[in-house]
Design a protein around this ligand. Structure first.
Ligand code: NAD
Length: 492
């Protein structure tokens, strides 16, 4: 049993009230760690520490190139601790070790990339159209930023925020999901080891309403970078508006994979199954709607069923496992409820559709990979995010029909297009209302490529060079070189 402490102001501390909560391993069902249960007093302490660090000469006067070195050092430390960090994620979240190893190995790149940008935040001298005036721009950090993350990819979601935000010179309070907080505290150990000044990165643990809300409403917080549900995002957006805080919101989706009759069907089958079954469908970009052109519908569905049937459930630590447990009991129930809704709506269950209690599923909460056909885009199963391994198949006639169906949703996170026709891939990528479009591939992310949602899938972007500007504010500086001040009552 590991008894974690929070990391605030460079110290490892208990919650002010001394309360704790437990975290369970989703596969074994056993409690493996306890965490401090933070509340308003802990939020207050963490924001004060982040504010003091922001104003401290150690951080505010640190040369940007040195800040970049610190970020790169953190990247190196993550690279040295891949196995430990990956195993922590598996124990806490139930994700596959194979996937987590790959993901954690990739995380240092975020710190190398944004660390490299730290000393390239350049203002400009403006060719201003006023006499005797020298005008230039500066980009300045915002101040204290709060990062709040979802449970499905804890480290990746935290790094998406910390890397650009720290490179820009801000300080952070990170509040990970109450279901998967351990890896954020493991990351904090590496932040400390890398040598960041105390208070630059703080990690508080606890529940959304107990410690998250006091962070979001705190007057000394300048920005909230949130990844989570549409409902959570809405609450945070509302409360941020009251105090004019900046926000980045990365929310949910109902993303489509669209398979045309000219596609390489075997490749498309792999992409579609990976898109919805990988990570047990618990990904924001899960390709949960499958649109198949009518002319190949039956043939494609048969191929899809044959491949999806081979997906192996089991212990996430085993390299042979492809589908792990559902992370939380609430999420498990939600998936089963949506399966029942789909059946009631008249969708035809062609695969799965039940909980799994096979011996290889241990004590975990497993749902069989599930495929529904006979779905139309007005059914709830086609409109609402399930966040599980549940795919619904919708036939379409032609490009126009596919575009109309895909865009008829309140969401717009991602979309996959399977075609060998160059013209079609360009037309589709232009007309689909989604923040990420993948053609003949699915579920790829990079620190280099902007990631964000259209419509109700989010506000703003993470990743890509511009992400650093979402953690900066612009200042124009005007200096008169005139010997005499002109008429002060006339705006010149
Ligand atoms: P959630 O909204 O329930 O919780 C997310 C985080 O917000 C948690 O840390 C929680 O404690 C905190 N929180 C909740 N209410 C709060 C409040 N009022 N004030 C402050 N903090 C609060 O979401 P979840 O169930 O953890 O995550 C699943 C959702 O996240 C899915 O909808 C998924 O699509 C989405 N997601 C989106 C992306 C993306 O990048 N677009 C990535 C991963 C997950």
């Amino acid at each position: 049993m590991t008894n974690y402490k929070m990391y605030v102001g460079g110290e490892w501390i208990d919650a002010a009230a001394g309360e704790t909560f437990e975290t369970k391993n989703p596969y074994t069902g056993e409690t493996w760690a306890t965490l401090p249960r933070g509340r308003a007093a802990d939020a207050e302490r963490a924001v004060a520490a982040a504010k003091a660090a922001f104003n401290s000469p150690e951080w505010s006067k640190m040369k940007p190139s040195v800040r970049g070195q610190l970020l790169r050092r953190l990247g190196d430390l993550i690279a040295e601790n891949v196995e430990h960090l990956a195993a922590t994620e598996v124990a806490d979240n139930g994700k596959l070790l194979a996937e987590m190893r790959g993901q954690v190995r990739y995380l240092p790149q975020y710190f190398y990339y944004f660390g490299g940008l730290a000393d390239k935040i350049e203002g400009g001298v403006l060719p201003i159209d006023k006499a005797d005036t020298f005008t230039f721009t500066r980009y300045e950090p915002l101040g204290v930023c709060v990062a709040i993350t979802a449970w499905n990819s804890p480290l990746l979601l935290a790094v998406n925020k910390l890397a650009p935000g720290l490179a820009a010179g801000n300080t952070f309070v990170l509040k990970p999901s109450e279901f998967t907080s351990a890896s954020a505290l493991e990351l904090a150990k590496l932040v400390e080891k890398a040598g960041f000044p105390a208070g630059v990165v703080n990690v508080v643990t606890g529940f959304g309403l107990e410690v998250g809300e006091p962070l979001v409403t705190h007057p000394d917080v300048e920005k909230i970078a949130f990844t989570g549900s549409e409902y959570g995002g809405q609450k945070i957006y509302e409360s941020a508006a009251k105090n004019f805080k900046k926000v980045t919101l990365e929310l949910g989706g109902k993303s489509p994979n669209i398979v045309f009759d000219d596609a390489n069907l075997d490749n498309a089958v792999k992409g579609v199954v990976g898109g919805i079954m990988a990570a047990t469908g618990q990904t924001c970009v899960a390709g949960s709607r499958l649109l198949v052109q009518e002319s190949i519908h039956d043939e494609f569905v048969e191929k899809l069923l044959a491949f999806a049937r081979t997906a192996k459930m089991g212990d996430p630590m085993l390299p042979t496992t492809q589908v792990g447990p559902v992370t939380t009991p609430a999420q498990y129930q939600k998936i089963l409820d949506y399966i029942a809704i789909a059946k009631d709506e008249g969708a035809v269950c062609r695969l799965g559709g039940n909980p799994s209690t096979k011996p290889e599923c241990g004590n975990g909460l497993f749902v069989e990979p599930t495929i529904f056909t006979g779905v139309n885009n007005q059914m709830r199963i086609a409109r609402e995010e399930v966040f599980g391994p549940v795919l619904c198949v919708i036939p379409f006639k032609d490009e126009e029909d596919a575009i109309a169906i895909v865009n008829d949703t309140p969401y717009g996170l991602a979309a996959g297009v399977w075609t060998q026709d160059m013209r079609r891939s360009l037309v589709m990528s232009e007309r689909l209302q989604a923040g990420m479009v993948w053609v003949n591939m699915y579920r790829a992310v990079s620190y280099m490529a902007p990631f964000g949602g259209f419509k109700r899938s989010g506000v703003g972007h993470e990743n890509g060079q511009n992400a650093i500007y979402s953690y900066l504010q612009t200042k124009s500086v005007w200096i008169s070189t005139a010997l005499e001040t002109p008429d002060p009552f006339v705006l010149g």
